[in-house]
Write a protein that binds this ligand. Structure first.
Ligand SMILES: NC(=O)C1=CN([C@@H]2O[C@H](COP(=O)(O)OP(=O)(O)OC[C@H]3O[C@@H](n4cnc5c(N)ncnc54)[C@H](OP(=O)(O)O)[C@@H]3O)[C@@H](O)[C@H]2O)[C@@H](O)CC1
Ligand SMILES: Nc1ncnc2c1ncn2[C@@H]1O[C@H](COP(=O)(O)OP(=O)(O)O)[C@@H](O)[C@H]1O
Ligand SMILES: [K+]
Length: 551
């Protein structure tokens, strides 16, 4: 498990380390700059292990402590014989104490220091070429939209990278212009190949679009005290509500999956009831059921419409089938309620919604399941659409409900627009979970899981190969499978999302990024749950971060 912080939390840790613990600010900064210089040197090194001749580095620096880091990193490279210079953006005389100190050192060493105007002139003459450009304009202190000269400078950096005049952009702490909490672009943002971040990963490089702009992320421990040594009021300010630290999982977290006991039978691993499918949609029911079995459930029963009987029986003979007709549900409601009650009593876990459609009878079905289920219920897709269309159904929410909306479904549930939700993924999920006291899995390219007690998980596994119909049905089945293995709602949701992404990565290795089907994803669940299987290249990056976390 790795911890993720907001900009404010990071600043609180900075302040605590400096003022309460007494670690000098310049000492922390020296370690931060050293890590940046080390990574840059790694890029500059020839295969033979020596620095490339004429290797040139420009560090583009703002006037805060991010800029100070940038100057210090350039100085370290300069002292190792690299042709490294500094570009200053903003008014140096207004810089922080540390910035002014770092600038003085660089000047005393005779380093080349350009103003923004001089740099612009160099660029317009085509004289601006370098192996590595260090982006140190803004870090976690970015406080507003980027405009004017700063925005121009960021556009210039991105232009140089695009045209190949700069081979690699290395961002200090976070790409300048990316919001450290939401990952949103604040007007303009640097597109980096590498980000060296300090202490803990920032939420903004896990959420999109910040995640795409950060490139490879290296987390460096520069000597901060552990987060749990901070009193809550130190973390977030005495007068404000405490924001929890978010977390993400890596391969080491697969150890959370319970062992499959030798002395067991199919009843030991959970009876999953999947209430899914309608006349023209049986695929969703199939994928959820297959995924639940592949995750380890002992018994999966499908409650679906009679029309799906034949196809589901032939596609997944391992599943038990109970069927109904729409007419039976509408006309013989009392009789039907008895059937539902019986099925709910049987189940250890219920899945409600995949492919249910929006027929008039679905409202009754959702109401009956929500009122009668006495075990955890995973509500997805048309289950959620029905709740959105009939808000009284939210009164049946209980603490063992997990909802798994994508942004469109969340928009219907909350009445907010999709762009609003996209910009505030964490807050939207957290507020809904806290308001209704349930677990909310808000699905996106970087899915957020908000627990009823306030915990936040942000997912870092997965691939765009999963952006295809049916992927969500597989996730529903995985979460249900984990619940069946006995994990609680929060853990099943978090680990389910992580395993789902990992299965996507493994399946895409075989099928290629475009060709993967949701059924390939479901077939890869077993391997994804095996910690010994390697993930894709992206995951190896996360693994290296994992070892940072275990320091
Ligand atoms: N010892 C330490 O503290 C350590 C700190 N560390 C490093 O410090 C970084 C945080 O430093 P920081 O707090 O000085 O903020 P930073 O990110 O440099 O930005 C602030 C500057 O930007 C300006 N500004 C903001 N938004 C703007 C906008 N839209 N448009 C224009 N200007 C804008 C703002 O101006 P102002 O708002 O004051 O007008 C101010 O000048 C952190 O990310 C890490 O790299 C590490 O070395 C570890 C030790
Ligand atoms: N670009 C992406 N990267 C990682 N995961 C993705 C991406 N696009 C979609 N996913 C995942 O795929 C699933 C899609 O779910 P959903 O939209 O409900 O699809 P469906 O309803 O067709 O099954 C979600 O779990 C989501 O997180
Ligand atoms: K930066």
């Amino acid at each position: 498990m790795r911890t993720l912080v907001t900009g404010k939390q990071m600043k609180a840790v900075d302040a605590h380390a400096i003022t309460t613990i007494g670690i000098p600010s310049m000492v922390l900064m020296e370690r931060a700059a050293f890590a940046v210089a080390r990574e840059v040197k790694g890029i500059l090194k020839e295969e033979a292990g020596r620095l490339a001749p004429g290797a040139s580095v420009w560090s583009v620096c703002g006037t805060g402590n991010n800029g100070a880091d940038g100057i210090a990193a350039a100085r370290m490279l300069f002292l190792e014989g690299v042709s490294a210079g500094v570009v200053l953006i903003g008014q140096p005389e207004k810089g922080t104490e540390e910035f002014l100190q770092q600038l003085k050192i660089a000047r005393n060493l005779g380093m080349e220091i350009l103003s923004r105007e001089q740099w612009e002139e160099l660029c317009s003459q085509g004289g601006m070429r370098c192996r590595v450009l260090i982006d140190a304009i803004f870090g976690v202190g970015l406080s507003r939209q980027v405009q004017g000269a700063y925005a121009e400078c960021i556009r210039r950096i991105n232009g140089l990278r695009q045209e190949g005049a700069v081979e690699c952009v290395a961002a200090v702490d976070i790409p300048s212009g990316v919001h450290s909490d939401t990952g949103q672009v604040m007007g303009e943002a640097v597109s980096a190949d590498l980000t060296v971040t300090f202490g803990w990963e920032k939420r903004g490089t896990v959420l999109y679009p910040g995640r795409s702009l950060a490139g490879r992320v290296v987390v460096e421990n520069i000597g901060f005290p552990p987060l749990d040594s901070l009193k809550p009021e130190v973390r977030d300010g005495e007068d404000e509500e405490e924001i929890p630290y978010a977390c993400t999982y890596g391969p080491g977290d697969l150890e959370r999956i319970p062992e499959r006991a030798a002395y067991s039978n199919k009843g030991t691993f959970g009876k999953v009831l999947i209430v899914a499918g309608s006349e023209n949609m049986c695929g969703a029911a199939y994928l959820s059921a297959l995924a639940a079995y592949r995750t380890g459930a002992g018994l999966v029963k499908l409650l679906t419409v009679e029309e799906n009987r034949l196809i589901l029986q032939s596609r997944l003979p391992e599943a038990i089938l109970v069927t109904y007709t729409a007419g039976q549900l509408m006309e013989g409601r009392e009789e039907f309620r008895k059937l539902i009650d019986e099925q709910c009593r049987w189940a250890d876990v219920v899945v409600l919604g995949p492919g249910l459609g929006c027929g008039a009878y679905v409202e009754y079905l959702v109401e009956d399941i929500l009122t009668m289920a006495c075990s955890p219920v995973v509500v997805d897709a048309d289950g959620l659409n029905t709740i959105a269309a009939h808000p009284y159904l939210t009164s049946y929410y209980t603490e063992n409900i997990i909802i798994t909306p994508h942004l469109g479904e969340m928009a219907r549930l909350t009445g907010q627009s999709i762009p609003q939700i996209r910009e505030n993924l964490v807050e939207t999920a957290a507020e809904y979970a806290a308001h209704y006291g349930l677990t909310c899995v808000l699905k996106d390219a970087a899915t957020v899981v908000a627990s009823r007690e306030g915990g936040i998980y942000m997912n870092t596994s997965g691939t765009s190969a999963m952006a295809k119909a049916g992927s969500g049905d597989v996730l529903t089945g995985i979460i249900a499978g984990l619940l069946g293995l006995g994990m609680d709602e929060t853990e099943s949701a978090r680990l389910g999302v992580y395993i789902h992404g990992r299965a996507g990565e493994l399946a895409a290795e075989k099928t290629g990024c475009h060709g993967m089907l949701a059924s390939d994803l479901a077939e890869a669940i077993g391997s994804a749950m095996d910690g010994k299987k390697a993930g894709n290249a992206a995951e190896s990056v996360w693994q290296s971060r994992d070892s940072e976390e275990k320091r």
